[in-house]
Design a protein around this ligand. Structure first.
Ligand code: FES
Length: 107
């Protein structure tokens, strides 16, 4: 299992476990993290799985590519350097303990 900590906009944190290979989006959906909507189911055809990777994890998680960057134009919340589409982040043992922050608006 890989642990992911979601930080809600109000600062509350929730840590969940997921199998390696699962996306952060799927881990959120499986655990009732409602800020991650994931309308397209992970096809990178919406931006409703937007999250911010914690500064301490950005190097290990990696940066978004151009296609993901284009899709983030449709994100309702503020897009930052650390913004990613959570469906495009596959969990691995190397990401055990990863922290992602949830946007205050999603849509
Ligand atoms: S779930 Fe639609 S882009 Fe990630």
């Amino acid at each position: 299992m890989v642990e992911i900590t979601f930080v809600h906009p109000d600062g509350n944190r929730r840590t969940v476990g997921a199998a390696p290979g699962t996306s952060i989006m799927q881990a959120a959906r499986d655990n009732g993290i409602n800020e991650i909507i994931a309308e397209c189911g992970g096809a990178m055809a919406c931006a409703t799985c937007h999250c911010y990777v914690d500064d301490a994890w950005t190097d290990r998680v990696g940066r978004r590519d151009d296609a993901e960057d284009d899709m983030l134009d449709f994100a309702e919340g503020e897009v930052r350097d650390t913004s990613r589409l959570s469906c495009q982040i596959a969990l691995s043992e190397a990401l055990d303990g990863v922290i992602v922050h949830l946007p205050d608006v999603q849509g």
